[in-house]
Design a protein around this ligand. Structure first.
Ligand SMILES: CC(C)(COP(=O)(O)OP(=O)(O)OC[C@H]1O[C@@H](n2cnc3c(N)ncnc32)[C@H](O)[C@@H]1OP(=O)(O)O)[C@@H](O)C(=O)NCCC(=O)NCCS
Length: 207
């Protein structure tokens, strides 16, 4: 069965669907070969395409007034900060937030497209996630958030699946994130592992 996201991306690069799953991984292995025997080296060398399919297509979401929008240009930074505050992320200074979005590898957000009603406005931001990356070896996903009254109906999964699909399609073999403890289950369902080949995530944070 054809998977709409992969099919679209593969075709847009002039690759046949089968090429995507056969030729491209070999190219990736060659270009990523590092000769390292450690955990990261093994991940980079054994990069294989994943069978990623969208649980729910863009068309189905669109019927419900949900649109996934790529890029930061049309984001209302005030609304984004309000979303952050609603989900207990820190509010960020707007000019620094804009710079952070501009410097991100990928920004994906959710917009409500149907006419306004008493619960939601047309054009309202309902969810957000972004990726920082070198575009080749590593990517990490940050600031995944869905408006509380819109949670648990598949929007978080929708954001994550679309970001993962893009990163896999771009051939990036190692994708990381920091998970809040109570949402580890969400990321595990998407294939993330907390102890990836013996590696422990660490952070140096200024307080
Ligand atoms: C985390 C968050 C983005 C998930 O968004 P969401 O739209 O509610 O998630 P979905 O409805 O797409 O759920 C996707 C799957 O994850 C599961 N899931 C969602 N939230 C979960 C939670 N808190 N704990 C365990 N599993 C969870 C769902 O059961 C669902 O499984 P299914 O697809 O098999 O039915 C959202 O809860 C949120 O914004 N939380 C506050 C901010 C936050 O903690 N962000 C994560 C930072 S690491």
């Amino acid at each position: 069965m054809r998977r709409d996201g992969f099919q679209r991306n593969a075709v847009s690069k002039g690759l046949g669907f089968d090429d995507f799953f056969t030729k491209k991984p070999d190219n990736r292995r060659q270009s990523f070969g590092t000769g390292q025997g450690n955990a990261i080296g093994r991940i980079l060398e054994r990069c294989k395409p994943r069978d990623l399919r969208l649980t729910k297509s863009n068309e189905k979401f669109r019927e419900e007034g949900i649109e996934f929008v790529e890029g930061y240009e049309d984001i209302d930074l005030h609304a984004l900060n309000e979303l952050f505050v609603q989900v207990k992320f820190p509010r960020r200074e707007p000019s620094r937030l804009r710079m952070a979005l501009k410097n991100s590898y990928s920004v994906l957000w959710i917009r409500y497209t149907k006419p306004s009603n008493r619960f939601v406005k047309q054009g309202q931001l309902l969810g957000f996630a972004r990726v920082i990356s070198d575009g080749v070896f590593y990517a990490s996903i940050w600031d995944v958030a869905v408006v509380p009254s819109w949670q648990r109906i598949g929007l978080g999964r929708g954001l994550m699946e679309r970001l993962l699909q893009k990163l896999v399609d771009d051939g990036i073999p190692l994708i990381t994130l920091y998970a809040e403890r109570d949402v580890v289950g969400l990321y595990e369902k998407l294939g993330f592992k907390s102890d990836q080949r013996g590696m422990t995530g660490m952070a140096y944070a200024l307080r």
